[in-house]
Design a protein around this ligand. Structure first.
Ligand code: ADP
Length: 493
């Protein structure tokens, strides 16, 4: 094994303390997976009210950090459920308030977000440069999304500094603020400019990560390529293309302790690839739970997710009447934009024997859809990584996915070659159109009805895929090693 690294993981959310999206999942799992590979990882996060309530046994770790007001403290504990050291940045005026990590209880972004995350970044930099009385200096500082974007930028000004890595979980959120914010935050002038934090005349936090980190990553190899194009780059494609030699895609892992049909306590009959007959019991139970006619023959399609345009919900709505004509059933759970929720509920009322919806967030139900459905729909317009299709593979539920981002990287499309070498695990379609989704779904239903052996082979192959964190954590370690090499190349006189 290579030398153990000291890693400071900078995250604005981490399960089980706070989660709003994919970053929360990753920050809750990757540090523990790195620790299991014997690296010394500490995670630093703001001490939000919610995090303080859920964190256990916190102790004061530091009262004095260089360049930080005296009202700010650093608290130390463990990320619950792991042995990973947790550092919480305790500044009550910034973080002790009701609501979410980025927005108030009504969903409006906090007006002082630039101040909050500039302070967070400055404390992370004090820790990273061993100016926080912790007697610990990391080799690697790993920032995530715009909230930690200033960390690589500020660290770039230190002649002796740790190597920096920055991961994009969601490029759509960039931390873009008015130009005056730069002065207001007293950021060093050398960081301004189009090669620095300036973006279309304003201040961009995410550019701090994208322009200054020694290495950049995002959560799948295909998405890493896509974000270098105007269609997916959210205006940052030029910069990402310029830095493409530093940009890698590393798939998120999934937690197979939690998503495993052989042990899942939310489902009525546990099964694995050797006992697939038991999946039929879960199908019947799901049909009952969702008020659909119990039928072993009817193809049952599942969907779990946010009901937003990104996920192609408009396309789903467009093909539902045709699926009804084909005699298929659809069980769907999700919440999101009101008009999607209403349109789906209406269709379920029109076709009660074919379409069943549950509007809301319900994790046990999500597990039962994965276990009971025959196929799983994921027609996303873009998908940095995606988790549900990976769960579907393990549950023997054939994913029907748009060929984009992590969907393209985790599901192997059925074609002549993958059929003959037995590698196929699902069905892809190329374009975000009704025709595309309908073509793929009709194809899947046809195979389900007429090619049972091929179908079964695809199920078994999917169930044997390994998307665990251990594998991804090893790739992050390689990325860290590349970052150290780049750091040395850029700081050697
Ligand atoms: P995204 O992060 O873009 O929402 P992912 O597929 O990466 O999409 O992850 C979504 C996660 O949230 C999955 O674990 C999924 O099961 C869960 N999820 C989404 N909506 C719901 C819901 N309504 N009920 C239960 N779980 C949900």
């Amino acid at each position: 094994m290579s030398k153990a690294l000291k890693i400071l993981f900078v995250a604005s959310e981490a399960l089980p303390l706070v989660k709003t999206g994919g970053l929360g999942d990753v920050a809750g799992s990757l540090p523990a997976a790195l620790k299991a590979l014997r690296h010394d990882v500490r995670i630093i996060m703001p001490a939000y009210r919610e995090a303080m309530r859920k964190a256990e046994k916190l102790a004061f770790a530091s009262f004095k950090m260089e360049g930080i007001p005296e009202t700010v403290r650093l608290l130390e504990g463990r990320l619950p459920g792991t042995r990973v050291k947790l550092l919480l940045v305790d500044s009550p005026s910034h973080f002790d308030r009701p609501g979410g990590p980025y927005a108030d209880p009504l969903g409006h972004d906090w007006a002082d977000n630039p101040d909050r995350f500039a302070l967070f970044a400055r404390v992370a930099v004090a820790v990273a440069t061993n100016h926080a009385e912790l007697d610990w200096q990391p080799d690697i500082v790993h920032g995530n999304d715009w909230q930690s974007g200033l960390v690589p930028a500020l660290l770039s000004l230190y002649p002796k500094r740790p190597a920096t890595v920055f991961t994009i979980h969601n490029l759509a959120y960039q931390g873009h603020f008015a130009p005056e914010t730069f002065e207001h935050l007293h950021l060093p002038h050398e960081l301004w400019g189009i090669h620095g934090l300036e973006f279309h005349g304003g201040l961009s936090f995410i550019k701090g990560g994208l322009s200054f980190a020694d290495m950049i990553s995002t959560v799948s190899p295909t998405y890493a390529k896509e974000i270098q194009t105007p269609a997916y780059g959210c205006g940052l494609e030029g910069l990402l293309n310029h830095r493409k030699d530093r940009l890698k895609g590393i798939l998120n892992g999934v937690d197979y302790n939690h998503w495993n049909p052989a042990k899942d306590s939310y489902i009525c009959a546990n099964y694995d690839h050797r006992s697939l007959v038991k999946k039929a019991l879960n199908k019947a139970a799901l049909q009952k739970e969702f008020g659909l006619p119990v039928s072993a023959q009817a193809p049952l399609l599942g969907l779990v997710g946010r009901l937003v345009e990104q996920k192609g919900i408009d396309l789903i709505l467009g093909i539902l009447p045709r699926l009804v004509e084909l005699g298929a059933q659809v069980a769907l759970i999700g919440s999101g934009e009101k008009h999607f929720e209403e349109a789906l509920t209406e269709l379920a009322a029109i076709y009660p024997n074919h379409i069943a919806t549950f509007i809301g967030y319900d994790e046990p139900k999500a597990h039962r859809i994965e276990a009971g459905a025959d196929m799983f729909l994921m027609p996303s317009r873009f998908e940095p990584c995606g988790l549900n299709q990976i769960y579907s593979l393990r549950y023997g539920t054939i994913p029907i996915v748009r060929h984009t981002g992590g969907l393209a990287d985790t599901v192997v499309d059925l074609n002549k070659e993958t059929q003959s070498n037995g590698k196929a695990t699902g069905i892809h379609f190329q374009h975000s159109t009704l025709e595309g989704l309908l073509w793929a779904t009709e194809r899947a239903i046809h195979l389900y009805r007429n090619e049972p052996e091929l179908w079964r082979t695809m199920m078994v192959t999917g169930m044997q895929q390994d998307f665990s964190w251990k594998k991804s954590a090893r790739e992050y370690v390689q990325l860290y090693q590349q970052a150290l090499i780049q750091r040395d190349a850029s700081t050697t006189p």
